[in-house]
Design a protein around this ligand. Structure first.
Ligand SMILES: [Zn+2]
Length: 229
C-alpha cells in the first residue's frame, strides 16, 4: 500500500490548499506549516467583537464569529479560492470541523440546536457541483456534535449583478432571495447560519431576516473568513 501511495503521489501530488506545497502522507488539506500559521481571529471568544457591529442596527443576531482573517495574497485567500473554484470541497469540511471543535467549547455557542448553510442558487450549484457552505456546515456539524439542515433555508432569485451595486441597492437586490421551508420543525431553536466569508453582511442579513420569521428562533452566524479586522 505504501508503495502504491508513494507512486501515486509522485504522479499526482496532493497539494496544500494554503501554500501549494506537496502534502506529506499524514497531512490533510493543509501542510503543518500552514495549519500552525493560520491567521485566526479568536473572535469566537469575544462577545462584542467587530463582526457584531456589521449587523448592529440592521438585524438581531446573538453571536457572530469568523475563523480566519481574509487578506489578499495570504493563505486564507488561497484556501477560499480552492474551496470555491478549485473543487476542493473537503476543505470546507476540514476547516468547519476544526472551527466546530473550538466553538463547542464556548458556552455562547453550546446551546445551538441546528446549523444552516447559506444556500447557493441551484444554477450556480449545478455548475460548481457543490455548495461550499454546505461542506462547511458538514464539518461544523461533526466538530460541534450538532445536526445541519439544508431544507430550511432555500434560494429564490439569482443575483449575478450584486457585486456591482452599492450596499443599499444590494439589499434591495437580495431581500427576496431567501425563503424558509419546514419552519415548524426548527421552531424555538437557536440556529447557526454558516458561510465561507463575511463581507458587507448583506446576503447574511437577508437570510437572517427570513429565519427570524420562524416563531421563537434566535440566530447566530459563523464564517470561515472575514475581511473585518
Ligand atoms: Zn501549506
Amino acid at each position: 500500500m505504501k508503495l502504491i501511495d508513494n507512486l501515486l503521489s509522485m504522479f499526482y501530488p496532493r497539494l496544500c490548499a494554503g501554500c501549494g506545497d506537496a502534502l506529506q502522507r499524514h497531512e490533510e488539506c493543509l501542510c503543518l506549516h500552514c495549519q500552525l500559521h493560520l491567521p485566526e481571529t479568536q473572535f469566537y471568544k469575544e462577545k462584542d467583537n467587530p463582526l457584531k457591529l456589521i449587523f448592529a442596527g440592521r438585524v438581531k443576531v446573538e453571536e457572530v464569529a469568523a475563523l480566519l482573517y481574509y487578506k489578499k495574497g495570504t493563505a486564507t485567500q488561497h484556501i477560499l479560492h480552492n474551496l470555491k473554484y478549485n473543487g476542493q470541497k473537503e476543505l470546507g469540511d476540514f476547516l468547519g470541523n476544526y472551527f466546530g471543535r473550538k466553538l463547542a467549547l464556548e458556552p455562547r455557542f453550546q446551546d445551538v440546536d441546528t446549523i444552516i448553510p447559506i444556500p447557493l442558487h441551484p444554477r450556480k450549484e449545478r455548475k460548481r457541483g457543490y455548495n461550499q457552505s454546505e461542506w462547511i456546515a458538514k464539518g461544523l456539524s461533526r466538530g460541534m456534535g450538532i445536526p445541519y439542515r439544508t431544507d430550511v433555508l432555500t434560494r429564490t432569485h439569482f443575483t449575478e449583478t450584486q457585486t456591482r451595486k452599492s450596499r443599499f441597492n444590494r439589499w434591495e437586490n437580495v431581500k427576496e432571495v431567501f425563503q424558509v421551508q419546514n419552519g415548524a420543525e426548527v421552531k424555538g431553536q437557536h440556529l447557526l447560519v454558516c458561510d465561507d466569508v463575511l463581507t458587507t453582511g448583506a446576503t447574511m442579513e437577508a437570510a437572517i431576516r427570513q429565519l427570524l420569521e420562524i416563531e421563537g428562533v434566535r440566530v447566530s452566524v459563523v464564517t470561515l473568513a472575514t475581511a473585518t479586522h
